[in-house]
Ligand binder design. Structure first.
Ligand code: UDP
Ligand code: MG
Length: 332
């Protein structure tokens, strides 16, 4: 059976690039349909993220022009991650596979062929990974690298140099739907799903038109969301620092008492220093311990699934039975 593919594309104020990139997505889709790789029910799905320009008008016009274009519009701007999640959740019940991609033409659409091939080879998630960041500015390249290092040090499992260009099967999406958290960072959440996954590599280009919606402030927010929604390591750091300072303050207390007895201090100095040291250490340690509990509460409130079943023998049996009836059906 040829799979139904939905290419899911979040768009925010993209009236400049959409008319140029939409036909590119469509031609890739028709190429795959014509070669028999995917079903004719496949679609290019645009998610308008509360744009203030003519993006939605363009999407509506496209959907009237060709049945392979579909679109949906959010009630207001909710940001890239939310718009993308919305598109994926809408698409998952109508298709077998989704490929999420930005609408600015930066990601090479030819990688989709290889992604579909990997899916047919048994992968449920295929990450699009850029070969190099030669075309990024010096600043973006280095800050991005620093961010990946920081994330992996914090214990978050992210795929290096992978943005949100990826193939996901409806099976993987049904599991993603069980992640109930509100602060979403898809790049960090998708690897948590598991299943067989792989990466395909591509060259990332510059934006075809318009400008980036990720200025430094949004990049920092995404980075901060990434760290805080995947890891509670910052709280462990506070606790560790608290313990270290507690020990240092003990040394400080001993020192002030010794100085007092050696009469190298003015009256009242030793007791003041001892108290400052003691309370400094004790307070930081207490904050750290409270933080540990808050961290646990935070993780609990996310309501994430505790396990995800990959395969069941009895389901495999059913599938085989289905296939054999299909074959016998063809023979008739
Ligand atoms: N985007 C969105 N909502 C937003 C910001 C961006 O849906 O609030 C979309 C945007 O239209 C594009 C993708 O997210 O398809 C990535 O944005 P952009 O290309 O501006 O980011 P960059 O590639 O510069 O990181
Ligand atoms: Mg872009």
């Amino acid at each position: 059976m040829t799979p139904i593919l939905y290419i899911v594309i979040p768009c925010y104020n993209e009236q400049q690039v959409l008319p140029e990139t939409a036909p590119m997505f469509l031609s890739k889709l028709t190429e795959l349909i014509d070669s028999g790789e995917i079903s004719n029910d496949s679609r290019v799905m645009f998610v308008n993220d509360g744009s203030r320009d003519n993006t939605w008008e363009i999407i509506s016009a496209l959907s009237k022009e060709n049945e392979h274009y579909v679109g949906l519009s959010l009630s207001r701007n909710r940001g890239h991650q939310n718009a993308l999640l919305c598109g994926l959740m809408e698409a998952k019940d109508m298709c077998d596979i989704t490929v999420s991609i930005d609408c600015d033409g930066q990601d090479d659409i030819n990688a989709i062929n290889e992604m579909v091939k990997e899916y047919k080879g048994g992968c449920d998630i295929v990450y699009g990974v850029r070969n190099s960041r030669k075309k990024d500015s010096f600043f973006k390249r280095n800050t991005a690298q620093l961010f990946y290092k920081l994330l992996s040090w914090m214990g978050a499992n992210v795929v290096y140099n992978h943005a949100d260009y990826r193939l996901m099967s409806s099976k993987a999406l049904n599991e993603l739907a069980k992640f109930k958290e509100v602060n979403i960072y898809l790049r960090g959440m998708v690897p948590l799903i598991g299943f067989k996954s792989t990466s395909v590599y591509y060259e990332r280009n510059e934006r075809i038109a318009g400008e980036s919606h990720y200025p430094l402030s949004k990049m920092l927010k995404l980075a901060f969301d990434g760290i805080t929604s995947l890891s509670i390591k910052p709280m462990h750091i506070i606790t560790t620092v608290g313990i270290v300072i507690m020990f240092l303050s003990l040394a400080g207390i001993v020192w002030s008492v010794v100085a007092y007895f050696l009469q190298q201090s003015v009256a009242g100095w030793a007791s003041t220093i001892a108290l400052i040291c003691f309370f400094g250490g004790a307070q930081l340690l207490s904050i750290g311990i409270i933080g540990e509990y808050i961290g646990k509460i935070y993780m609990e409130t996310k309501n994430r699934p505790r396990y995800i079943v990959g395969e069941r023998t009895w389901e495999a049996d059913e599938k085989n039975a289905d296939n054999s009836t299909e074959v016998s059906g063809n023979e008739e």
